[in-house]
Design a protein. Sequence first.
Lengths: 424, 263
Amino acid sequence: MKLMWFHLMPYTELPDDFNQKHPSVWVDIHSSLFDPKRAHHMYNDFMDELEYAAELGYDAVCVNEHHSNGYGLMPSPNLIASSLARRTTDTALCVMGNSLALYNPPTRVAEEFAMIDCISGGRLIAGFPVGSPMDTCYAYGQNPSLLRERYYEAHDLVKKAWTEKDTFAFSGRYNQQRYVNIWPRPIQNDPHPPIWIPGGGSVETWRWCAEMDYVYCYLSYYGYKAGLTTMQGFWNEMEKLGKDRNPYRAGFLQFVGVAESRQQALDLYTEPAEYFYGRCLHVDARFATPPGYTTEATQRAGIESMVAKAANTASYSSKLSLKATNMKDIVDGGYVIIGSPDEVVEQIRHVAKSLNVGHLMLLLQYGNMSKDTTKYNTRLFAEKVMPKVKDLFGEWEDKWWPKPLAKGQRAAVPAFRPQTVAAE
Amino acid sequence: MSQPVTTTVEVNGFPCRVWTKGKGPKVGFLAGLGGLPRWLPFLDKLAETRTVIAPSLPGYPGATGHTELDSHLDWVLAVRQLIDKAGLAGADLVGASVGGAFAAEMAAIFPDQVGRLVLIAPFGLFDDQEPAADPWAQRRDVLPGLMCADGDKWTALVTPPEGANSVEWPIEMSRASEAAARAFWPLGNTRLEKRLGLIAAPTLVLWGDRDTLLPPSYAQKFAAGINGGINGATRAETVPEAGHLAYLDQPDAVARAVLAHLG
């Protein structure tokens, strides 16, 4: 199986009384809470952590896009991915991803992803999320009733821009361009970089991923127990559509904290986990349900279904209402897997098998976890857990993984040498 | 309160419900946020002396087709068809909130289609100095108080009547909200100010004095914009003890003001 190292880049210094004094971590979080001088260090720490994960042999490093968000400091994940392309060598770069409807014209995404693919020698995974209501409809002012249509059209345009050899005109409902002809072009051109779709639990998204042969990723912050119904729904739908159970059709996000013992893990990870589930998910409910964001089919499924929880996981309001904020509930709920290496191995194998997920995206930094603790978590997982779970799904081929240039064909990137200031 | 007669017209191939009740000269009504999930005491008042015709805008309760409308021009032309097919060409027109913005567009762009005009707290403008509130980013418990001075009036509008389909009713309510958002997201600003000067119809602008969604001071901006053109007969009036959907808060007072203007 693939073990991928994901960073959300949370602002790590939200005050203790954040939830009492501020209505939301997202959309209208106050600028006075942001100290650029501290953010300088946060960004550099976070990028160090991503590079460290790559050095330790994780299959991919993952970044994603958020706007006006106190737990996600990457309005442009492409900037980070571009830097990672130069500071890593063999690791896949998973940009999870660019919210297509936010780019005008969407060919911007085709261009920037092609740049990252060229710089990295063909290591890009192209993630195309619709984007959360907070990012798209509120922070970026997109019309919720038009968002999905714009998203699907932008997808068609980006894909055509990658694959069409000649300059073409695109006459869409929302995008009209006389001359589409992107330069550069992606290295992965047979037919294009792998496309992964992070989505909620809607049947429409599952069907679309199956039809397009894309990887479906369920990026919930609530772990494998809450994610089980959704992933079962996904696999049931694949079976109905006549698709095989290749676990590499799917990706899943899971928080993990590993230490020498369960008690040590609790000691180390309680504060950052409670910081994340307390402060970072403190989102004002008024930003959860812009009208039209959730399709009528999904609404109907949510109201009608006796297993309403499955469909409801697609709606942000219910996601937000799920939340536990103390470590006992966080661990009992499966939001964060903690324990000794062997205990984590056992749980990861259980998660992978019960959800049938071949791409496991690991959050090993969360909340205000320090760089030292993050590196410890990352190293211990790589040394003691990874070797005991890598064998899973060896019988399946991952057809959705990047196909980079052969090593001999790739540019040699000189080692980074920090300049030392000569002592006077 | 007896029920209106229900008919259906098609706009762009989608059904739109038309409610008709009363006697006398025709008056059209384009409803505000939430549309008309049920018939209203306000419309009954008008129906005592006028034939009230209330077509549902695409996506509003009783109508679909909002998903076909991508631009403001699409919306304006859909409303024009709706007015024609409901038999309201040339009749007096009352529009409130989102329906008010479309009533103003009809009078500006198709002056022959509108007799006398009443705008009740219409959408269409946005003033940076006095920003309108966001109707699409509200907590459930706050929304009623933003729609009406007496929040219970809003709650009564959207509460499922006995026998309503428990699955489809909430979807219909959220569809109405989506339709309004589709036309007016994110600020309610359709640059209507550029067209107000084209309105020739004698116009009354009504505004609830407790409208916390669109500031009551916007009434003067509308009146000034309309009077800035060929029209010198526009008045603005305040409705006491009324919020954004003044016709829910004060049905009698709003109906009296409307009928006084229509003559």
